[in-house]
Design a protein around this ligand. Structure first.
Ligand SMILES: *Cc1c(COP(=O)(O)O)cnc(C)c1O
Length: 338
């Protein structure tokens, strides 16, 4: 199966499996796992932060960050279409006991005027604004600009409010902007990024930030049951994600662009070019949704979900240029026989 549903479907590479089999491990709750220590040091270095923490999932990483930055009863500012708001089971309300103040996103980034209006003043009736959460690359396939990040960070520093970046695909954002990731991370206090998406690890995400933040975060990870033992078997894959896979993301972006152009040339198909920044293509097909999914599946292609009328297709390490060519050829046959 050629799987366009998400970059989470990437299988660990052969090199990863070998490294996992040979990983030197220890009990990571005792901070005794040398492979995890190496991974955390590398993640901190690459992102230009003091320290890092390996976590089982991106959701847990974001939620630990919220728990660590805020206190019970605070309000957090989040994008109305963000992952933290929409796809984490309302966890911030349950785990950190905070409420959400929603701000719209434009061009993949929080509307800064909306953030400014959303920050609470000192009033006995109001909760305190404890955190601003940003998302880059945004799940809608758009990369927020460096200018927006800088403007928001300067504002937040003046107000003494921390920023957490949900950077599940931060390396895709950096690849799109053609900058070192530190150019982005200088504008956030903490950052979560996923090893398990485009970077092809089977499991795992990293949370990075200051030494004192990560110390508290480590305890919150334990509270959530996320303290793991000989987890260096996963850390070994994570190291390959950061040392090798991180550097090939442009290939996924180029493949997505190739796919977008090929789709756009098909009669009646419309690509959303405003969302064409990373490894995602949003396309409005001129075919019945269920029929298209069914027929393509019969031929060995799994398609993603819909956002309104737009189908999402995601390129990744397990999809080659040849796979895309054969996808387009099959799609044209399906259209012809419809
Ligand atoms: C995938 C994703 C997450 C969460 O990652 P999981 O590992 O699936 O919990 C968070 N934020 C964004 C934007 C994502 O795309």
């Amino acid at each position: 199966m050629i799987d366009f549903r998400s970059d989470t479907v990437t299988k660990p590479t052969k090199a990863m499996k070998e490294a996992m089999a040979q990983a030197v491990v220890g009990d990571d709750v005792y901070e005794d796992d040398p492979t995890i220590k190496e991974l955390e040091t590398l993640a901190a270095t690459i992102t230009g932060k003091e320290a890092a923490l390996f976590v089982p999932s991106g959701t847990m990483g974001n939620q630990i960050a919220i728990m660590t930055h805020t206190k019970r009863g605070d309000e957090i500012i989040v994008g109305a279409n963000s992952h933290i708001k929409n796809y984490e089971v309302g966890a911030a309300a349950v785990l950190a006991s905070v409420s959400y103040h929603l701000v719209n996103e434009t061009h993949g980034f929080l509307d800064i005027e909306g953030v400014k209006k959303g920050v609470r003043t000192d009033d006995i009736h109001y909760p305190e604004t404890g955190l601003i959460c940003i998302e880059n690359a945004h799940g809608s396939g758009v990369v927020g600009s460096l200018e927006s990040m800088e403007e928001l960070y300067t504002f937040a520093k003046n107000k003494n409010i921390p920023i957490h970046c949900d950077g599940a695909r931060i390396f895709n954002a950096a690849t799109h902007l053609n900058v070192d990731i530190r150019t982005l991370t200088q504008y956030t206090d903490s950052l979560m990024f996923c090893l398990s998406k485009g970077l092809a690890s089977p499991i795992g995400s990293m949370l990075v930030g200051s030494q004192s933040f990560i110390k508290k975060a480590r305890k919150n990870r334990k509270l959530l049951g996320g303290g793991m033992r000989q987890v260096g078997v996963l850390g070994a894959a994570g190291l390959i994600s950061l040392n090798v896979m991180r550097k090939r993301l442009k290939e996924d972006h180029d493949n997505a662009m190739f796919l977008a152009h090929a789709l756009d040339e098909i009669d009646g198909f419309e690509v959303d070019w405003n969302k064409r920044d990373i490894n995602m293509v949003f396309v409005k097909p001129a075919l019945n949704k269920e029929y298209l999914h069914e027929k393509m599946k019969e031929s060995g292609f799994l398609l993603g979900g819909y956002k309104g009328d737009y189908l999402r297709l995601v390129t990744h390490n397990d999809i080659t240029r040849l796979d895309i060519e054969s996808f387009i050829k099959t799609l044209k046959e399906v259209i012809k026989t419809n």
